[in-house]
Write a protein that binds this ligand. Sequence first.
Ligand code: ATP
Length: 350
Amino acid sequence: MDPAGPEPTGRIEVRGLTKHFGSFTAVDHLDLDVEPGRITGFLGPNGAGKTTTLRMLLGLVRPTSGTATIDGRRYADIHNPLTVVGSALEATNFHPGRTGRNHLRVQAAASGVSDRRVDELLELVGIPAAARKRAGGYSMGMRQRLGLAAAMLGDPHVLILDEPANGLDPEGIRWLRGFLRHLADEGRTLLISSHMLSEVEQTVDDVVIIANGKRVAQGTVEELRGEPTAFVRTSDPDRLTAALQQRGLRVAPKAGGLQVTTEDLAVVGDVAHASDVAIHELRSEQTHLEELFFNLTETEGDRNRLSGAAHARAGVAPDLPPPMLPPPSGPPVDPSVVAAPPADAREAGR
Ligand SMILES: Nc1ncnc2c1ncn2[C@@H]1O[C@H](COP(=O)(O)OP(=O)(O)OP(=O)(O)O)[C@@H](O)[C@H]1O
């Protein structure tokens, strides 16, 4: 194959991807499509298999079966991967004694990237001054920003970020949203994982939800949200139903009250008032997406966590992830590493 490869598509394709750790199935015949110019949220409760999937995409964990490709190639087959795909798998793994700037400079030097680019990136992620302090004292938000800068070193057109909103305060999340949107508007492909829908719901265009390593939903945020609805409880459901229907609203009985297809609670209140019907409760309902995610988090999350932990306790998982903090020099010892990973991913094992 031509080492320079075909024209980059920026597409991520996952087909039938499966990972067993001993008898435990962490990722189970997963299919996934991620398109350029969009932000795709890879969502699932704790232990659903998100990180394992991302690590397989980045050549850090060997799939049991199936394929995971970027621009049509497995990570290991990508020529000069730093310029194709940037990743931030953990925000907590910078060497505490090194300044953030030095950390990036070391990575940059190893990849032939200039110190100037490092300083540009630190400006871009908004920590030019703080990056001159030791990373050990960084807040979660700063570590996240430093991780993003590291991921951007090679100016890649694909970015894979594991829980980038984790631990960010609302201002940090707002900043992240703008930053990621800017990158997507430049035509880059963004795949970001999260176990909290609320952290990323307003950030992402497309959503893939997994539970127990399996895909349970995929679509645009709008598709998965469904139509907004209100719940209303009243002393006279029949009269209120008729009045709401007259206003052109769809109404259905639900759990001792009525479900009205609207996001405008005031309309429901006004109609009830005009019809002289007392209201006992009126509220917006969760969207379909929230409901779906909430149900998964309540049930599947626990099951996942427990089965994974039990499995690890049983000691049947030979390929444990690398330690949180690898020594400052020398590669981490990780039998699951099957390809030279990007520098940031190498330091970002779990
Ligand atoms: N090296 C390993 N050996 C054994 N089990 C593992 C290993 N890595 C992950 N697992 C298990 O696989 C399951 C999926 O883990 P993974 O980290 O991919 O989930 P996740 O969706 O990223 O979760 P979180 O949101 O908590 O990060 C978990 O039950 C976990 O305990």
